[in-house]
Ligand binder design. Structure first.
Ligand SMILES: C[S@@+](CC[C@H](N)C(=O)[O-])C[C@H]1O[C@@H](n2cnc3c(N)ncnc32)[C@H](O)[C@@H]1O
Length: 253
């Protein structure tokens, strides 16, 4: 049975929507006017009709949540988030700093990975983005995130972080601050759509005292499985971004 205060996904077969079961009626793009309280005491797997559309109620996985949020900024998708988490060794108990919060998609994946004992500090320069990210993370049910209004190129207040992840247009200008915020051998990831940006990140990392600098791009291709005629999906393989990783080398070495 679905309880008040829990996150659910509504799936119309094309799109997924992340909702929190609470008594608040609102107009949701793609669903219409709806009060999620009507999901109370229904079961996962049930199909409900809202307006003229049918939606299956699903228990959300972390990737469902990331893809089901309301977007204000371009999100980091699950295919890249899982590599960020593994290559930066983020796990239960880690303390992670990210910028910018954007829509909060990566924030959710980070909050999930560091739970229950770790925490995520998420910076954004814009209050309107912070508001969207804060609301999306609230819908996901994670409570181990602190949002901060601030420009990480100017300052990062924290020290001793296990990992720092940057997803904004000029992360090389904040690499020096990431160095100061990380513990020795802590991990930095810069996420950038173009090769020119990644070159600047790698150079800044080298100048600032990072080691083990490497860049990857992840290509993911979904398969259509039908007995006797399985093949890759026709969907175009889209480029998202490059990920440049590095580790903080202590100055004494
Ligand atoms: C592409 S979005 C991040 C998307 C996010 N990773 C997600 O998965 O939803 C980039 C965000 O970085 C913020 N930003 C840009 N420059 C920044 C800076 N110097 N410090 C902090 N945030 C910054 C922008 O306001 C924007 O919200």
């Amino acid at each position: 049975m679905i309880e008040e205060g829990k996150s659910v996904i509504l799936d119309d077969g094309k799109k997924r929507f992340l909702l929190l079961v609470e008594d608040v009626e609102e107009k949701i793009k793609g669903i219409g006017r709806f009060n999620p309280a009507m999901l109370k005491e229904r079961s996962f797997g049930e199909v409900i009709t809202i307006g003229s559309k049918d939606f299956m109620i699903l228990k959300p996985s972390i990737s469902d949540m990331m893809l089901g949020i309301r977007r204000k900024a371009q999100i980091i998708t699950p295919k890249d988030a899982c590599h960020i988490i593994l290559y930066t060794s983020i796990h239960d108990g880690s303390s992670v700093i990210e910028a910018g919060s954007g829509s909060g998609a990566l924030t959710m994946a980070l909050a999930h990975s560091v739970a229950p004992d770790g925490r995520v500090i998420s910076y954004d320069v814009r209050e309107d983005f912070l508001e969207v990210a804060r609301e999306n993370v609230r819908l996901s049910g994670y409570t181990n995130v602190e949002f901060r209004l601030g420009d990480v190129r100017e300052r990062i207040d924290e020290q001793g972080a296990d990992a720092v992840v940057f997803d904004f247009s000029d992360p090389w200008n904040a690499v020096e601050n990431a160095y100061g915020a990380l513990k020795d051998f802590g991990h930095l990831c810069c996420y950038c759509p173009t090769v020119e940006q990644i070159e600047r990140c790698a150079s800044a990392m080298e100048r600032s005292g990072f080691t083990d600098i490497r860049t990857i791009e992840v290509i993911e291709r979904e398969m259509v499985i039908r007995e006797g005629s399985s093949r890759p999906d026709n969907a175009r393989i889209g480029h998202t971004a490059y990920m440049c990783f590095a580790r903080k080398l202590p100055k004494r070495l």
